[in-house]
Design a protein around this ligand. Structure first.
Ligand code: PMP
Length: 362
């Protein structure tokens, strides 16, 4: 099979070995005479799959015992609502501060505003979302229940260089940098993200919730929207996204074999540096709109001198099997998403192409 170089921002490239295993095991799972996606989620055969994914998440992310792992549907987008519903909702006191660092931070605060008191602890809107704020730039009001950060803004290509160390509890959307760096658990109440970038296929969101949040769940909340519903039922309160959980387990096993989170962190730093070097060494032909200290390790955005050259770049990239490099429709330009499973050979192919393109068009 001819695998192209797929720089898609999500859903993303999965390890080739995982895709092959899924195809191989799908029709007759564990000699059961049926595929896993046709089986009851109460079947002991499925239970083993569910358990393995949970166990690998706990092990690889070093999740302490006082956090529950929830396997949910609705993507990270539903977490934009579930977080304030569970932490702020139902007349609870306190407000939530949001770091508005780009498109995803904006969406997160927009949903929270519908539920409870919120404020922007910082916004990068006036600067065009070029960077993350330092600790000193944050305004944290009295009576703040939590501060929400987007650890990596997928569209703007900016990354929080280090998690903040604050007096208030924090919540992080780690959709686009899950398992690319360790999580300092003692600072967080909730960490969440969609699986479809660094963990597996679409259809699954992984949310980690501290016990104290579960114990204080508001009374008036529909069952699915309550974190404790899922924690109390090992994420089997309703039918879980079985295919995505199965595939994610396989990707986690692959991550474990490739050095775990430390391995992925080093991989992300090295591979993003290769592309940033290609940008910085191009004599100004390629331009990164992002402040150097906030450069993402997973979503690398850059511009060319004109939109015509960008269109030519994208078209010739596709001829070279370098796919899905177009920037998000809201910002244009080029974006290379380099998540955990993308082979390093794809990154080398991209930097090689960038060098050739600048030599021919610069
Ligand atoms: N947050 C971030 C940082 C994202 O990149 C995305 C998806 N691109 C979302 C949230 C929304 O995720 P989902 O599509 O899983 O709802």
């Amino acid at each position: 099979m001819n695998r192209v170089h797929n720089f898609c921002a999500g859903p993303c490239t999965l390890p080739e070995s995982v895709v092959a295993e899924l195809a191989d095991e799908l029709p007759d799972f564990g000699d059961s005479g049926m595929s896993l996606i046709e089986m009851s989620h109460r079947d002991p055969v499925y239970d083993e799959v569910h358990h393995e994914t949970m166990t690998l998440l706990r092990e690889l992310c070093s999740v302490p015992d006082d956090f529950s792992i929830l396997l949910l549907q609705g993507g990270a987008s539903l977490q934009f609502a579930m977080v304030p519903m569970n932490l702020l909702g139902d007349g609870r006191s306190g407000t939530a501060g949001y770091v508005v660092s780009g498109s995803w931070g904006k969406k997160a605060i927009a949903d929270a505003e519908l539920v409870g008191g919120t404020y922007a602890a910082w916004t990068g809107a006036d600067e065009g979302f070029r960077r993350m704020p330092t600790r000193d730039e944050l305004t944290i009001e009295d009576n703040t229940r939590y501060l929400h950060v987007t650890s990596n803004e997928t569209i703007g290509g900016i990354r929080l260089p280090d998690f903040y160390n604050l007096d208030v509890r924090q919540v992080a959307d780690m959709s686009s940098d899950y398992l690319t760096r360790p999580i300092p658990w003692d600072r967080f109440d909730v960490v969440y993200g969609g699986a479809q970038k660094n963990l597996g296929p679409a259809g699954l969101a992984v949310t980690f919730v501290h016990r104290s949040v579960l114990e204080a769940t508001p009374g008036r909340l529909p069952a699915y929207l309550r974190f404790d519903t899922h924690a109390d039922n090992n994420s089997l309160a309703n039918t879980p996204p079985v295919f995505a959980i199965w595939a994610t387990g396989k990707v986690l096993r692959w991550i474990k074999q490739n050095g775990g989170v430390d391995g992925m962190q080093q991989r992300a730093a090295e591979r993003s540096t290769m592309v940033y070097d290609a940008i910085d060494d191009s004599g100004g032909f390629y331009r990164s709109p992002v402040d150097a200290a906030s450069r993402s390790h997973t979503n690398i955005v850059f511009r060319l001198p004109t939109e015509e050259l960008e269109a030519k770049f994208l078209s010739e990239a596709e001829t070279n099997q370098l796919m899905n490099l177009k920037g998000h429709r809201s910002v244009g330009g080029i974006r290379a998403s380099i998540y955990n499973a993308l082979p390093t050979t794809s990154v080398t192919a991209l930097t090689g192409f960038m060098a050739t393109f600048v030599a021919e068009n610069g």
